[in-house]
Write a protein that binds this ligand. Structure first.
Ligand code: GDP
Length: 471
């Protein structure tokens, strides 16, 4: 065990050294991680970001673009042959078709390399010609980050945490009964484990449908190609004093450890530990719509996610991050086009408040963090309507279900985000005011002028935060 860890360290250390030398001397590489829970908007974000970096007419907030220093942008073969390529062309075709539709969402990790020819700014500009900066964009499910919390937990401890949370949920009663009555000390059978794992996975899906986000193991929700393997087929069981060898409890423990070793460790070692800059997309509006428990859960999930960027607090991560760190982390509330711009500042305050507790921790030294409200693809237009003699700031778009054009007033976000978070923390189940209304818009048909990418909200500012200082 110690030997493998040492070997891991050496490999990463060597790679890091090699990367640093070649990058600073020749062509710098920025490794941008894009994550967020399922449906947060990762696929749409990457597609629109790349399209807007290729055609930069709508990117005034990215200084290198507005100063005219980017002379070319092109896609190149990615350096990692073993990772699927992000299917940019298909996703862009979906969004720009005569009858546009949303692309297929992220289900696993993928990568894309975008290279920019950039003229340096400032003092260097007179001395050096343009150079190529590579941006390696890595897309991965946020659910996988939550698995980090398993790394310093044994099976018994994880089971206890999970079962304590499940006992508070009515929709998990069936599984809690099954786990409680399983003969954990007796010999196991595969159908028995499969049935417990399936029932546990149902509680994860039900939790997700109810708007909960802190659900582990993350791969049970998005299994990928390893679905059905023993490492992905286990479930939590109540503690057992001295479980017998060959018992159900021991087998579940063995599989839990295999999950950590075979699934979680390779992801953090081969992908996560290479990221320089990270954007975490958060569908805060859907959580607000789902109600206080979903917002409280989102807040604690954000704390867990931020934990992944504080390697100092986790022995497993510290070993992987020898000598390097994530430099910037941007938390972006997505789908801001669901709101009139007069409410965007409030959405930004909510995303900042959601992550403040974790960001304020004294031990969060290292990464620069930020919060922003964005829409990677604007699907609405703003409209002010008269309602009971008062002007009402609405957004109008084509509804996804019916195809009908409709103007919406989703409700007012609170001026003070604490009123949302406070209600969530005090265990309220519904909001005091009228419910915040959710809507689903179809992407609008685009008629792009030459040199223009798809319409967005603050995508250029997000790009400036994440990449600007390196261009
Ligand atoms: P992923 O699971 O994180 O890859 O999420 P996607 O990028 O596939 O987005 C999920 C869904 O959110 C899409 O199908 C759209 O319905 C919606 N969506 C994502 N980005 C935007 C946006 O900028 N504006 C609007 N109105 N909807 C969006």
């Amino acid at each position: 065990m110690v030997i493998t860890t040492l070997a891991d360290n050496l490999t990463r250390g060597f790679e890091t050294f090699g990367d640093t030398v070649s990058e600073s001397l020749f062509e710098p590489v920025i490794r941008l991680g894009v994550t967020g829970l399922s449906r947060a908007g990762k696929t749409v974000f990457i597609t629109s970001l790349v399209a807007n970096l290729m055609d930069r007419g709508r990117m005034p907030g990215l200084l290198a673009a507005s100063e005219g220093r980017i002379s070319a942008a092109f896609l190149q073969p990615q350096p990692n042959d073993a990772v699927p390529r992000f299917d940019y062309e298909t996703h862009l075709a979906a969004l720009t078709a005569p009858k546009p539709h949303w692309p297929d969402s992220t289900r696993a990790i993928s990568e894309l390399r975008l290279s920019l020819r950039v003229r340096p700014s400032g003092l260097l500009s007179g001395f050096t010609g343009p150079r190529t900066v590579h941006i390696d964009i890595g897309d991965y499910p946020g659910e996988w980050l939550l698995d980090l919390s398993l790394m310093d937990k044994g099976y018994a401890q994880w089971s206890e945490t999970v079962l304590t949370a499940l006992r508070k949920r009515e929709d998990a009663a069936d599984f809690v009964d099954k786990a409680g009555s399983a003969e954990a000390d007796a010999t196991w059978t595969e159908p028995q484990i499969k049935s417990l794992a399936a029932s546990y996975t149902d509680t994860l899906h039900a939790g997700r449908a109810a708007g909960l986000s802190g659900l582990t193991p993350g791969r049970f929700l998005l299994p990928g190609e390893k679905e059905g393997s023993p490492a992905l087929t286990f479930a939590p069981l109540p503690p057992l004093e001295r479980p017998a060898r060959g018992s159900l409890w021991r087998e579940m423990e063995r599989r839990y450890n295999a999950y950590k070793r075979e699934i979680v460790t390779p992801f953090f070692r081969d992908h996560f530990s290479r990221i320089d800059r990270q954007i975490v997309l958060v569908d805060a509006l859907s959580a607000i719509h789902a109600g206080p428990p979903a917002v409280a859960d989102l807040q604690s999930t954000m704390t867990d996610v931020l934990g992944a960027f504080r390697p100092g607090t986790n022995a497993f991560l510290s070993r992987l991050f020898v000598g390097r760190r994530v430099e910037k982390v941007l938390f972006a509330a997505t789908k801001a086009d669901h709101l009139h711009h007069t409410q965007h500042a409030r959405l930004t305050e909510i995303i900042e408040a959601l992550t403040r507790e974790a960001r304020n921790r004294a031990d969060f030294a290292g990464a620069e963090t930020g919060g922003m409200a964005i829409a990677a693809l604007r699907a609405t237009v703003e409209e002010t309507r008269e309602h009971k003699g008062q002007p009402l700031d609405c957004v109008r778009g084509k509804l996804l279900d019916s195809g009908r054009q409709a103007a919406f007033y989703p409700g007012e976000l609170p001026e003070n985000p604490q009123s949302l978070l406070g209600a969530a923390q005090s265990g309220a189940t519904t909001w005091l005011d009228a419910d915040y209304e959710i809507m689903k818009f179809a992407p609008a048909p685009l008629s792009l002028r030459p040199g223009e990418g798809p319409p967005h909200i603050r995508l250029d500012r997000a790009a400036q935060f994440l990449l600007g200082d390196r261009l």
